[in-house]
Design a protein. Structure first.
Length: 764
């Protein structure tokens, strides 16, 4: 009994003591400027609250509108499980105001469940705080949160295994025999260092990372690369794979092979129809991000044209074409069905805007990622080859637009050495510049002074010629092929290093195809362009402003219609009134035309042959933008923006005035095509300056093969009596009607109505 009493006494004292004891409360960490996390050390299987406090220097300081978080799980250098795109505002990502300049968002019930990340390890979260339209960021640079994930433990690589690169293999995917492939990944930064480990995972090892010869790559410091040989493969099977590289500090990234001829993309392939791409696009379940694909037994294409003869380069009429917008279907097969139209139009070369693997499916293509892989958004490699073959059948060359100046973040050269906190290449990235030395960069800028960059691109140039029988290239933004720092005012100055780099690329292409057409979008000093032209390269010549003035019917102090910029010696300027980059001539005419040109669509479109003729029938190679022959008059900025999809114009051929414009344009272009010697070697007399507006513009060509006189009245209305100055007396013919005209007086005048053109030739 006494023992029970003592026990009760002790319990009473305990409860009295504990009830009187002061409770210990741990105060929360103070909220500081920038991003705060509560708790400070997040766990993947617990909730976390993100708190942002705008400092006085933040773009969101004093902001009263809605604030959102752009957020994702960062795995191997890539953001995954991102709930919304940058411009998409959803409730899940909306932050709650918590006083002035403070907003918060709770990831609940756990971080893993909030992201729905499944079995993917959550070791890092990327965060950007932004306003509703994305124009303001709380902090300019991305912020990353380290998260503890005890459920999924990361792979621990073994120490480096070294060995000599096998003889006869090079960077990329090397087919050794019917069962064996050697993969080679270049890795040597600007300081001569490299990653701490490199592995390969793929269908051949069940996507399993291991420190075995099935996954761990071998290091060859002398060759500056990692390599691995994979055996016992099925020659007829496609294999997907990725490189897994990183540092002992924990920075890892999954890479595709830059030499891949096929890329699988889980975010975009699902939107490509089977009618556009009818081959395998099955994405491996264990992969993360883009995947490289190889097959030992390559598909073969039986070329029907094996001896294509390039049309005379100095007389070419090039048709610039964007496959996405050229047809309603937006693919290569649909474009193939329109080749007879282009042949009948008289064009001698088709210039395809970029078709190499680019981000997304809806693009101009100037956001490339992989240069050996044709983008699946337009078709299969066999479809591309058939398109080129059919062009050659019709006597048309095919030119590819090449974007060697820049690449996006999915390019393996970019990802290999990337600064995630600053969203740009690391300073030690040998292929890419940390920031572009020139003022024209859009994505990540290549360092063309690095031999690794040049060797890669020289192989690209050779590959498309040998594998796809490409006839030439249009090289984008070649002004940027230099490491010399420049501004908008100095970027065009003479640069010997830029000349040397471009010459190296041109010579590489010529080694494979001696008559290759090599066109530069350069726009630099006349001295530099002349030097490049004398080496055999061609250069873009933009005369859009003058031709737009002429289309609008204006020649005054607001801007003069002077066409003299179309003429250049040597004849290696590819002159154009429009390209993909400029506002359309006839959109300006529709909006700002003089008098009837603006108010009357038929009168406006009747001016199209006038513009086409004074472009195409000048000396040297010329280019027209798709549907320029019909007077395409949607704005470049219509339908949501500059690079957004625009309607195909083939339906316009049912309209009499559009069809008439296209037919007369075809007659003009075919004249140049059918008499190449005359337009290349003939004697030109030209009255095409702004001072020739009042009396009518005139061009004549004198040659044994053909004499031509062309007269144009660029006024909106009225008739000009223009002195023809025929080169000889005798019988001449109206190019459009075929009617003969007896010329007894070479100085006779010809009446030309406003917006019309007269062309006379001495051959029927």
């Amino acid at each position: 009994m006494n023992q029970i009493k003592n026990l009760l006494y002790i319990l009473v004292l305990f409860f009295v003591f504990t009830s009187c004891k002061e409770e210990t409360i741990v105060p929360p960490a103070p909220i500081v400027d920038g991003l705060n996390f509560v708790p400070e050390a997040p766990d993947a299987d617990k909730e976390v609250t993100i708190v942002f406090k705008a400092s006085t220097t933040s773009a969101l300081y004093g902001y009263k509108g809605d604030v959102y978080v752009h957020i994702g799980v960062v795995t191997d250098g890539t953001w995954y499980f991102v709930p919304a795109s940058w411009s998409e505002n959803i409730e899940k990502c909306k932050m709650t105001a918590d006083g002035d300049n403070v907003w918060k968002l709770k990831l609940s019930p756990t971080i893993r469940e909030w992201f729905s990340s499944g079995e993917t390890a959550v070791n890092k979260i990327g965060v950007v705080i932004r306003n509703a339209d994305g124009s303001k960021k709380g902090v300019n640079e991305d912020t990353f949160i380290t998260v503890t994930d005890s459920k999924y433990v990361g792979f621990k690589p073994a120490s480096i295994k070294t060995g000599t690169l096998p003889t006869g293999v090079r960077e990329g995917i090397n087919i050794i025999n019917n069962t064996t492939v050697t993969l080679v990944l270049a890795d040597k930064d600007k300081n001569g260092s490299h990653k701490d480990f490199a592995h390969v995972i793929g269908d051949f090892n069940n996507w399993t990372l291991s420190n075995t010869d099935k996954s761990q790559m071998i290091r060859d410091d002398n060759a500056g690369c990692w390599w691995i040989t994979i055996s016992n493969l099925d020659a007829t099977k496609e294999y997907g794979f990725q490189y897994y590289v990183g540092t002992q500090a924990g920075e890892t990234v999954r890479l595709t092979d830059p030499y891949s001829k096929k890329i699988l993309d889980p975010n975009n392939d699902k939107y490509i129809s089977s009618s556009t791409y009818n081959q395998n696009m099955a994405y491996p379940k264990s992969a993360i991000g883009q995947v490289s694909v190889f097959k030992i037994q390559q598909d073969t294409y039986n070329w029907q044209v094996t001896n294509f003869v390039m049309p005379p380069k100095e007389n070419m009429v090039i048709y610039e074409l964007l496959l996405r917008d050229f047809t309603q279907e937006g693919n290569i097969n649909a474009a193939l069905q329109r080749l007879d139209y282009l042949k009948n139009l008289g064009v001698t070369a088709i210039e395809l805007m970029p078709i190499q693997e680019f981000d997304g499916n809806n693009s101009w293509g100037y956001n490339p990622t992989h240069y050996f892989a044709p983008d699946k958004a337009y078709g299969t490699p066999e479809m591309y080859k058939q398109f080129i073959d059919e062009c050659h059948k019709r006597g048309m060359a095919v030119i590819l637009d090449m974007v060697f100046n820049q690449a996006t973040g999915n390019c393996p050269f970019v990802k290999m050495y990337w600064d995630g906190s600053k969203n740009r290449p690391l300073p030690n990235n040998p292929w890419m510049n940390e920031t572009a030395p020139h003022p024209y960069s859009v994505f990540e800028d290549f360092n063309h002074s690095y031999t690794g960059t040049r060797n890669y691109f020289k192989q690209v140039l050779k590959y498309w010629i040998t594998e796809f029988k490409i006839d030439g290239y249009r090289m984008d933004l070649t002004k940027g092929f230099t490491q010399n720092q420049s501004t908008e005012s100095t970027a065009s100055n003479y640069d010997q290093s830029r000349i040397d780099i471009l010459t190296d690329y041109y010579n590489a292409a010529k080694e494979t195809k001696p008559d290759v057409l090599f066109i530069l979008e350069h726009f630099c000093s006349n001295t530099e362009e002349t030097e490049l032209a004398n080496k055999g390269m061609y250069l873009w010549r933009n005369v859009n402003f003058s031709y737009s003035q002429a289309a609008m019917g204006w020649n005054d102090s607001g801007g003069y219609a002077d066409f003299s910029g179309m003429f250049y010696t040597p004849n290696r300027w590819v002159g154009f009134a429009e390209s993909h980059d400029e506002e359309r001539n006839f959109n300006k005419a529709k909006l700002y035309g003089n008098g009837i040109i603006k108010s009357d669509s038929i009168a406006r479109i009747n001016r199209v042959p006038l513009i086409i003729a004074f472009n195409v029938l000048t000396q040297g190679p010329k280019m027209i933008w798709q549907f320029g022959e019909m007077g395409y008059d949607y704005s470049i900025n219509d339908f949501g923006g500059r690079t957004n999809a625009k309607p195909s114009a083939f339906g316009w051929l049912s309209l009499a005035h559009r069809k008439n414009a296209a037919d007369k344009s075809a007659t003009i272009i075919n004249l140049k095509k059918n008499y190449p010697n005359a337009f290349m070697s003939g004697t030109y007399t030209k009255n095409i300056g702004s001072s020739d507006w009042n009396n009518g513009k005139r061009i004549s060509v004198t040659h044994n093969d053909l004499n031509m006189v062309m007269l144009g009245n660029f006024y909106p209305t009225g008739t000009l009596s223009i002195k023809a100055n025929f080169q000889k007396t005798g019988t001449w013919y109206d190019l459009f009607t075929g009617e003969s005209i007896d010329v007894s007086n070479t100085d006779m005048n010809i009446d030309v109505t406003g917006g019309d053109i007269k062309i006379f030739v001495d051959r029927k």
